[in-house]
Design a protein around this ligand. Sequence first.
Ligand code: NAP
Length: 298
Amino acid sequence: MSQSVGFIGLGIMGQPMALNLVKAGFQVSVFNRTRDKTALLEKAGARVASSPADAARDTDFVMSIVSDSAASEEVMLGKEGVLQTVKPGAIVIDSATISPVVSRKLACHFAGKQASFLDAPVTGSKHGAEKGELTFMVGGDREVFERAMPVLKVLGKKHIYCGVHGTGLSAKLAQNVIQSTMVEIFCEGFVLAAKAGVRPEIMFEIVQSSMARAALTDFKAPFIFKGDFTPYFPLKWMHKDVALAMEAAFAQGVPMPVAAAVKEVYGAAKAQGHGDLDYVAVITFLEGLAGVQVRVEQ
Ligand code: NAP
């Protein structure tokens, strides 16, 4: 008999992840707050649940990827949350990027129900989710991590065990501080060059021929040059992640002067109404300050 998964949160990431689990032969029950988004999964063979508790009922695994700490707390601990029905022995995998402190609290609640909990945030964005090529950063008991591999293997190509509860998230926040800063400083450099009259395609050729070249900006630059800000990773979530990293930095006494400034740049772009666009739309805020655009005629 195939193993079962209750899957919660069918957003940009959750939709393709849940679909891959159905295709791999798991019995999948899905819950999404906005019910319309369950249609594709239902068609593929998933059962549509009426609440997170209903999705988690009698399943071997529960996986959740909702937006932020408050959403994870709601779907896990709320009146109709997973904790109400989770089966003793089940493994709850939370792949949302949330506060490590909140995540450790969730782990304690599930331990009280004899269920195991992993923080298992991901990188790889929408394409990685679609292809089953995400990278997972996992915190929790190693033995539980190993038992969760049948699910994690379907969804990802790399699975990195980080240590005790919360360390997967601590790693994820550090990774997004690096990623947000790389994109932000790339945009600053290109705005500077454009203001001086250096065309973006010339500047890009120079960056690609130098040690400043990076896989991330190689991938993102064409979207910036086209002004295509279709959300793969929404800017509001990047702002959330840098803000979470700053909270962690404060708690641990770690000075992060550049990240503090980068957080405000993403915050300003969000305040201008760009939160639902891809995070590379941060360039529009910088372009506005300088009075220039970084675009290549298509
Ligand atoms: P998204 O498209 O905005 O989806 C968010 C999901 O959370 C939706 O299913 C939404 O339900 C649900 N949700 C929000 N608040 C809720 C609540 N109070 N109760 C129940 N459900 C709630 O976001 P996403 O891009 O998939 O990202 C999800 C998580 O993965 C975030 O933590 C993000 O930082 C992380 N992440 C994203 C990427 C990426 O590239 N997109 C990469 C790595 C990690 P509705 O449909 O009803 O709104």
